[in-house]
Design a protein. Structure first.
Length: 241
């Protein structure tokens, strides 16, 4: 580092101490925050909720009864999947800044969205425990956290349900996001394994927690493993779909 660059950094640090910068909105990057939240009111209002009717099985928007995908694939391990809203716009941005930029200050808002969806659509399902969808160990090391686990723990605190870290991701084959849709739909459950903690959910009705529901292949693999472990029923709750 040159002397000029060093003096520039020292000057900026000194000015920051004298005139500290106000935190910026995690999404629009503007000085529009009104409190301790990470997202400004305008961006928060732009997070769109799903509009009923929803598919009774996978939660797809604007579908009465069951969608065409669920009709073609009648055998499902997941009883019902629910999401807060479509994975687009500001909702997608929220999930992106958490996973890709590590901005964990957006977690309270994402957890609140899960609470809303849970209370509106799953409150009468008899859920007894929450199970986060696992991620690969390599991804966790790179990211520093499993977003599904953080979402599950925040939801669990607010709805008073225990969180059971019952599943792990086996380190075999390419990652899910690198597969095409058709490949995801026909994957076996071998990529997901049970942890010793899975004994705690034997005979119970559990809710799988993840950030995004796409084809539902990951959820099905997790649900199959849980069902083989004696879980009574598996539901799914995600932020986006």
């Amino acid at each position: 580092m040159t002397k000029r660059a060093l003096w520039s950094e020292l000057r900026d640090a000194f000015l920051h101490l004298l005139l500290p910068q106000r935190p910026l909105c995690a999404l629009c990057k503007l000085d529009t925050l009104t409190g301790e939240e990470a997202v400004c009111p305008l961006c928060a209002r732009q997070v769109r909720r799903g509009r009923p009717p929803f598919c009774h099985q996978c939660g797809r928007e604007d579908v009465a009864g069951r969608c065409s995908d669920c009709v073609r694939r009648p055998v499902r391990q997941v009883v019902r999947a629910v999401s807060y809203g479509p994975y687009q716009g500001r909702l997608r941005d929220l999930i992106w800044v958490l996973k890709s930029n590590g901005r964990q200050e957006v977690l309270p808002l994402l957890q609140h969205l899960l609470v809303v969806a849970y209370r509106e659509q799953l409150l009468d399902c008899g859920i007894e425990a929450l199970v986060p969808v696992p991620i690969r160990a390599t991804t966790r090391r790179e990211r520093g956290f499993n977003q599904a686990e953080l979402l599950a723990r925040g939801l669990g605190r607010q709805v008073r349900l225990p969180v059971c870290d019952a599943l792990a991701w086996a380190e075999d084959g390419p990652m899910q996001k690198s597969r095409r849709r058709a490949e995801r739909l026909h994957l076996p459950a071998s990529g997901v394994r049970l942890r010793a903690a899975a004994r705690a959910v034997h005979g119970r009705r559990v809710l799988l927690i993840d950030d995004v529901y796409t084809t539902g292949a990951t959820a099905e693999r997790c649900a199959q493993a849980l069902r083989e472990a004696g879980v009574q029923a598996v539901y799914v709750l995600t932020v986006g779909r």
